[in-house]
Design a protein around this ligand. Structure first.
Ligand code: ADP
Ligand code: MG
Length: 256
């Protein structure tokens, strides 16, 4: 494997042998992966592979049955979502989970609860940064979240996660249900975030677009990592081309 700048960078997230079960259903069976500071890592795989389970377990919302999660050199205890947010971890869940009757601005403010004890100035700064990335959210700041389009909701979910100033942003299928043009916008912003120093763990079924954006990738099938490597290597791997990038693959509908 060729040396990349990322292999010399700090290991931000270090997951070893992570297992998660729902009762007797083993959803993750010994998953190991790493994210370095400043890189985009994608986890691709079919429906039911365990991608959302992985992100929810990393965020502390699901108790692992085994394995270890280290973030910035420290073990993350089970549970304790707030402690993870405070350390710089953020998750944009698959369902986007906005508060529909609340305004765009109120949803964004909720993402800054990590800074409640700090000066309002710090929250204001985070807000300005989010508005700069998503001018549309500024225009619509007093509008109820429920009245936003699908793409705007994804922007709001992303913006809310960014209000906590994360070091690692985890995204669960941000392209799901969005038109190709909007997917393109969202992916462009994800790349901008990386260039500003936010590491990204991107879970996607849209393998083609995800491998184009990411530096490295993991393929998850039935709760196990079956292939991992540099994104451009994966994009040329015949097994992956056939299973995930083939002409008939449903991912093509979403390609930006
Ligand atoms: N709350 C749950 N209870 C029981 N089984 C679940 C639950 N959530 C997910 N699963 C199962 O765990 C496996 C992985 O699901 P998930 O992590 O949602 O996959 P993906 O995000 O890759 O589509 C699937 O077999 C799914 O049916
Ligand atoms: Mg999922």
């Amino acid at each position: 494997m060729s040396a990349t700048t990322s292999s010399q960078a700090e290991v931000l997230l270090d997951v070893r042998d992570l297992s998660v079960a729902y009762g007797r259903i083993e959803a993750l069976a010994g998953v190991s992966l790493r994210v370095h500071a400043g890189e985009i890592v994608t986890v691709i795989g079919p429906n039911g592979a365990g991608k959302s389970t992985l992100l929810n377990a990393l965020m502390g919302a699901l108790p692992p049955r085994g394995g270890e999660i280290r973030f910035a050199g420290e073990a993350l205890p089970a549970g304790q979502i707030g402690a993870r947010v405070a350390r710089g971890l953020a998750l944009v869940p698959e369902q986007r989970a906005l508060f529909g009757s609340m305004s765009v601005l109120d949803n964004l403010e909720l993402g800054a609860y990590r800074f409640l004890a700090d000066a309002a100035q710090r929250r204001g700064q985070a807000l300005e940064e989010v508005y700069e990335l998503f001018p549309r959210l500024k225009e619509r700041r007093h509008q109820a979240a429920a009245t936003l389009s699908g793409g705007e909701r994804q922007m709001l979910a992303l913006g809310r996660a960014l209000m906590g100033r994360p070091r690692l942003l985890m995204l669960d299928e941000p392209s799901l249900g969005l038109a190709p043009l909007i997917v393109h916008d969202i992916f462009r912003i994800i790349d901008t975030l990386r260039r500003r120093g936010v590491a990204i763990l991107l879970v996607e079924q849209n393998a083609r677009a995800a491998l184009r954006l990411a530096q490295r990738g993991y393929v998850l099938e039935l709760g196990r990592v079956v292939v991992e490597g540099e994104a451009h290597t994966l994009a040329g791997d015949p097994r992956i081309v056939e299973a995930y990038l083939g002409m008939g693959a449903h991912q093509d509908r979403l390609v930006a």
